[in-house]
Design a protein around this ligand. Structure first.
Ligand code: UDP
Ligand code: MG
Length: 310
């Protein structure tokens, strides 16, 4: 019998976790011809999430729990979860039921038809702030403009993936994995599965701006080196501008075009312009360096405290 592994990252989800579990379980138990396992990764919750998960795991042996030593972030949680799967197909789904588990049977059918990555593509997004929608849109625009791989827009991590593909991702030594990019980058038979993203059933988003920014920069930097080349482009442009300023100052000096304190304007322009460009360039380079540093240090992306039923 084929087995479906469900990966659910949770961070402070005490309000929804039980409801989510029951809904996912109901869907899976109605699929008589498939076995299942549900792997919860508790990403260092500070509320009762882990206690609730413990209880669930006690009554259902098919539920496995991995709990992190602290909050390592959503991508780290999913990366850990897919290391422990024993199923033939893996479904990654959020704990807040924004991605309806009732769609899983249809995704399984698409998988049985030979598709290897069935990624959820959001037709509509309910209950999300205008800021979130705008920032997401800008992010995918920037990412696709910069990156060499096509990363489908309006997708999250909700997807069904064949075990074969998951194993390839698991073998990659990269630490800060930008999963939705990698799942697209590997190729195989991809299928865009359109669905309506619902509102969160309860609780608030666990993705404040800081975490979104980290996800966005990880995504761009791990899939593109164009920002570094941009630094080169900026350098050339500023050299041209500085030559123009030089010519202008020489001409005004020779022909005595103005009677300002000589040199003041051009020096001010040059200093502000060039220091701005330099700071910008250094910032872009340092974003890369900090990630190279992260990778070479070889520090794990997460630390597991306890596991249950594994
Ligand atoms: N999550 C996590 N660690 C974090 C933040 C979020 O494991 O640091 C989980 C969260 O519990 C949820 C999923 O990641 O299952 C997506 O988070 P959320 O629904 O808050 O994000 P949004 O849908 O608002 O983008
Ligand atoms: Mg959500």
């Amino acid at each position: 019998m084929k087995k479906i592994s469900i990966i659910i990252p949770t961070y402070n989800e005490e309000e929804v976790i039980k409801i989510s579990y029951l809904r996912v379980k109901k869907v899976l138990e109605e699929l008589d011809s498939y076995d299942y396992e549900i792997i919860f990764i508790d990403d260092g919750s500070k509320d009762k999430t882990l206690n609730i998960l413990n209880e669930i795991a006690k009554e259902n042996r098919k539920v496995k729990v991995i709990s992190f030593a602290r909050n390592f972030g959503h991508q780290a949680a999913v990366t850990a979860g897919i290391k422990y799967i024993t199923g033939d197909a893996i479904v990654i789904i959020d704990a807040d039921l924004q991605d309806p588990p009732e769609l899983i049977p249809e995704m399984i059918q698409l998988w049985e038809q030979g598709n290897e990555v069935i990624y959820g593509k959001r037709k509509t997004r309910k209950g999300e702030s205008a800021f979130k929608l705008l920032s997401a849109k800008m992010f995918y625009k920037t990412l696709n403009a910069l990156s060499d791989v096509e990363i489908p827009k309006d997708t999250g991590d909700f997807r069904l993936v064949d075990r074969k593909v998951v194993e390839i991702i698991n073998q990659m030594p990269e630490h800060n994995k930008f999963l939705r990019g990698l799942f697209s980058w590997v190729g195989f038979k991809q299928y865009a599965y359109e669905y309506e993203r619902k509102e969160r059933v309860a609780g608030k988003t666990k993705y404040p701006f800081k975490k979104m920014w980290k996800l966005a920069t990880d995504g761009i930097i791990s899939f593109s080196t164009k920002p570094l080349k941009l630094v080169g482009g900026l350098g050339i442009i500023t050299i041209i501008i500085s030559i123009l300023i030089l010519i202008y100052s020489l001409i005004s000096y020779v022909f005595k075009l103005n009677d300002l304190t000589p040199g003041w304007t051009s020096i001010m322009v040059a200093i502000t312009l060039f220091s701005g460009v330099q700071l910008l360039s250094i910032w872009i380079i340092s974003e890369y360096i900090s990630r190279i540093y992260d990778e070479t240090r070889n520090r794990p992306q997460y630390i597991i405290d306890k596991t249950i039923n594994i």
